[in-house]
Design a protein around this ligand. Structure first.
Ligand code: 2P0
Length: 325
């Protein structure tokens, strides 16, 4: 009863921002992401008869507290599905995700955990079912089941059975690059879970955010299919700015940005003015991800590394979906 899986993280080009059901993790809006090959998690799960509770090791360290509780609560769902309420597991997870670059390891982490745990306990699940299961660990993780460009359909049912990811185009459809800009000091004071909740409940701009999604989605999908980089980058950047605008109108208001965040935004705009097609996107933190085409790699990298407060730049290509190892 042992299995292991590998899953990559993903970057949203249209953001998931806000839940309609906190417990089942059902989103208010569809989102669309690109799975990244450079950043991933490997996880092994072994269900053993002699265990009376789960044991979770992350990067070889035994984990307790909130992180442990999130993992066991997720395994409870898998135990229920399998009808094995007293099957406990030893879990070993290794993150190859630069958390300093502002990537939530929860996306690759829960995708790898879901795949490994489901297989180890003997469940046979389709990729769609696996995406539904993974979603209940962490929303954005449901997109990491697939490689390349992936849409998470919000669904409308109360039980979440129609809220899952669908592949839009595989990793080899289009070689675009994502540079994760690592800041020298990046502190995230408001977790994304808390930030999106506050925004849904208090931001005057939140309804406008939700209303803007269908047009963004249709245009982004068209741009991806036609490999129209200006269109894809422009929509991703505008969508990101709209998401961050909702936080400024929340009560109390907040922003994830730091001064270096703005310097990077200005550098990207400057590159664009000089004729290089390059765009940015930002998640629930101060770090910036920069989208560009392979031929501009050196120029973009050098420009980013020159910014005061930038510590490193980690480049990724489109990546594959979850796999068993
Ligand atoms: C995204 N984010 O689409 C958006 C953009 C942050 C900003 O998904 O509460 O860690 O576990 O469902 O998936 C971060 O939220 O939140 C996120 P939960 P998750 O990538």
């Amino acid at each position: 009863m042992k299995a292991a899986a590998k899953a990559h993280t993903n970057i949203a080009l249209i953001k998931y921002w806000g839940k309609r059901d906190e417990s089942l993790i059902l989103p208010m809006n569809n989102s669309l992401s690109l799975t990244l090959d450079g950043f991933y998690t490997t996880t092994s799960v072994e269900f053993r008869d002699n265990l009376t509770a789960d044991r979770f090791y992350l990067n070889d360290r035994l984990i307790e507290g909130v992180e442990y509780d999130r993992v066991t609560a997720f395994l409870d769902r898998i135990r229920t599905m399998a009808g094995k309420s007293d099957a406990f597991a030893e879990i070993h997870s290794t993150n190859y995700v630069p958390t300093a670059a502002g990537f939530a390891s929860s996306a690759s982490g829960f995708a790898a955990l879901a795949a490994a745990a489901a297989k180890a306990i003997g469940l046979t699940v389709s990729e769609q079912k696996l995406s539904i299961l993974t979603r209940q660990g962490s929303g954005s993780a449901c997109r990491s089941i697939y490689g390349g460009f992936v849409e998470w359909e919000k669904g409308i049912k109360a039980d979440g059975s129609d809220s899952y990811a669908v592949p839009i185009a595989p990793a080899d459809h289009w070689d675009i690059r994502v540079a994760a800009v690592v800041l020298s000091s990046a502190e995230k004071k408001i977790l994304s879970r808390e930030g999106m909740k506050r925004t849904v409940h208090t931001s005057a701009f939140y309804p406008a955010w939700v209303d803007s999604i269908p047009d963004d989605l249709a245009a982004l999908k068209d741009g991806i299919m036609k490999k129209d980089f200006e269109k894809v980058g422009g929509i991703a950047e505008a969508n990101c700015l709209r998401m961050h605008a909702t936080t400024l109108a929340a009560n109390p208001p907040f922003s994830y940005w730091q001064s270096t965040t703005l310097l990077i935004i200005q550098a990207v705009q400057g590159l664009r003015e000089s004729g290089i097609p390059v765009f940015f996107t930002i998640d629930a933190g101060p770090n910036v991800k920069v989208l560009y085409l392979p031929e501009h790699e050196e120029t973009v990298r050098n420009e980013l590394l020159n910014i005061t407060g930038v510590h490193d730049v980690k480049v990724s290509k489109p990546g594959q979906g979850v796999s068993y190892i």
